[in-house]
Design a protein around this ligand. Structure first.
Ligand SMILES: Cc1cc2nc3c(=O)[nH]c(=O)nc-3n(C[C@H](O)[C@H](O)[C@H](O)COP(=O)(O)OP(=O)(O)OC[C@H]3O[C@@H](n4cnc5c(N)ncnc54)[C@H](O)[C@@H]3O)c2cc1C
Length: 461
């Protein structure tokens, strides 16, 4: 059976849904295909469920910080309850998305899409022929490539754990390891992070990450950096019957740090060591879709394949901007406009704010210090640990600080880096300032509600 469409979109996440709905609204015939429940990573396996877990963990941390400051009792995370609460967000999504597609007149197929020609895909035994194809297939974990890698679970399985095991090792030091290690530690697990790089969260400012690590330590998280993980093994059963019973699923992670070899036992190992565009299964060659030496799609500024003009890409699969939901949504708008009106809109990834929802959160937008020094001859760095400011003291939060990178000649902000209370919200104001080219005078003169973290901006400048 073969069906012809104006557009077939691979995926059903933020990027896919955004392209499909806009192109359908323009009167074109559209099909969407996903081999997993409809909804994509953010809604089902990423941002949204993660932040529900963060909310529970944050509440516990806030109560602990304010103990003896007016808050009594000893709250704790009830993991099973928290996961049930999370499900109230994720469970309805696939049916809601399916209904949304149906009501919009978008045909939705369940199956893994593979190219069968420059304008043709197959999925679930059906041939889908299309004038245009959009690859919005997202990203997938990069295989660890070590013996025993299958013993490690992914972020997705972590988000569905019915029981939180007592000892957890995270392999990796990026967003997922940082955020999930905080959740697990606040939920009562003994947590170790094994990170290959020199520090965690290498995409964020090193000074602010340094301050944040104090919080990791206070949560009892052990962070080992400069580590190469060699293997994951089943740990040998203990001679002690009671220990053996408790450790029936125990694992041992072997790693090296320089010349030093070590191992750590855990009940659970989580793979948090990076993701890559999910392109392997698409059999791109059959569609004449070129990739570069790193296996990434070769796209022009219109997010269109350089080798097959019928094919566009958006979101994590395109990886032209950072792998974040707002970028996937923006890509969707660009690709849809180019499909409907012809190639006119190019992507612009300036001033994309990013947040790691650690406790407290760390956030960044614009240039880092090294890039800002290269870009500006009159760079002024406003950097301060602000734990003594009201915003931090009110919450008994010891980690609060900022680094603002300002070009003195133009009085424009080149980069903003925040850690501490409300960083995840305040960063949006800096994103707006950079995007709209607001001067530091304009930001200083703006009246922000008081007392809010935004009202600290004038003092930061
Ligand atoms: C744990 C985690 C936490 C995150 N937290 C945040 C956050 O706080 N803020 C933020 O902005 N971003 C966050 N992200 C990133 C964000 O989730 C992604 O950037 C965003 O979901 C990408 O959307 P997308 O539409 O490109 O891809 P996805 O939402 O991943 O959708 C791709 C879909 O394509 C399907 N697919 C893949 N291959 C095929 C195929 N061959 N055939 C059919 N279907 C296929 C997949 O099943 C998937 O459903 C997080 C990611 C993770 C993993």
């Amino acid at each position: 059976m073969s069906t012809q469409y104006d557009l077939v979109v691979v995926g059903s996440g933020a990027a896919a849904a955004g392209v499909a709905s806009r192109v359908r609204e323009a009167g074109r015939s559209v099909a969407i295909v996903d081999f997993r429940p409809f909804g994509g990573t953010c809604a089902l396996r990423g941002c949204d469920p993660k932040k529900v877990l963060v909310s529970g963990a944050e509440a516990v941390r806030a109560a602990r910080r304010l103990a003896c400051r007016g808050v009594g009792g000893a709250p704790s995370v009830d993991w099973a309850d928290l996961i049930s609460f999370k499900r109230t967000f994720t469970d309805p999504v696939p049916a809601q998305r399916a209904r949304g597609f149906r009501e919009a007149g978008i045909e939705a197929f369940e199956g893994r899409a593979r190219f069968r020609g420059p304008h043709a895909l197959s999925a679930a035994g059906i041939e889908l022929a299309a004038r245009n194809i959009v690859l919005a297939a997202g990203a997938e974990p990069v295989p660890l490539g070590i013996p025993g890698q299958d013993y490690a679970i992914t972020h997705e399985q972590f988000l569905s754990l019915e029981v939180l095991p007592p000892r957890i090792v995270f392999i990796g030091g990026g967003y997922i390891a940082a955020e999930f290690s905080n959740i697990a530690a606040l939920a009562g697990a003994q947590v170790t992070v094994l990170q290959r790089g020199e520090r965690m969260l290498t995409g964020f400012d090193p000074d602010l990450v340094g301050w944040l690590m104090e919080s990791f330590r206070s949560l009892g998280i052990t962070v080992e950096t400069g580590v190469t993980v060699a293997a994951i093994e089943r740990a040998e059963p203990s001679r002690n019957a009671r220990v053996r019973e408790r450790m029936s699923h125990a694992l041992r992670v072997r790693y090296s740090s320089g010349a030093h070899e070590a191992s750590i036992d855990a009940d659970l190992v989580v793979h948090a060591a990076g993701r890559r565009p999910a392109l392997q299964a698409l059999e791109l060659e059959a569609g004449g879709v070129a990739v570069d030496g790193h296996g990434r799609l070769r796209l022009n500024q219109w997010l269109q394949s350089v080798s097959n003009p019928a094919v566009y890409a958006a979101g994590d699969a395109a990886q032209c901007g950072p792998p974040l939901t707002p970028v996937a949504g923006r890509d969707a708008g660009i690709v849809a406009a180019n499909l409907i009106e012809g190639n006119r809109r190019a992507a612009d990834y300036r001033a994309v704010p990013t947040v790691a929802f650690t406790m407290p959160p760390i956030a960044a937008v614009g240039l880092g210090e090294t890039a800002a020094r290269e870009a500006s001859r009159s760079l002024r760095v406003h950097c301060r640990r602000a734990s003594d400011w009201y915003t931090a003291r009110r919450l008994a939060e010891p980690v609060y600080g900022f680094k603002l990178l300002v070009d003195e000649a133009s009085r424009r902000i080149l980069g903003a880096h925040l850690v501490g209370p409300a960083a995840e919200e305040t960063i949006n104001l800096f994103a707006l300032a950079i995007r709209e080219n607001l001067s530091t005078d304009a930001l200083r003169e703006a009246l922000f509600a008081y007392p809010t973290a935004a009202s600290d901006i004038a003092s930061m400048l």
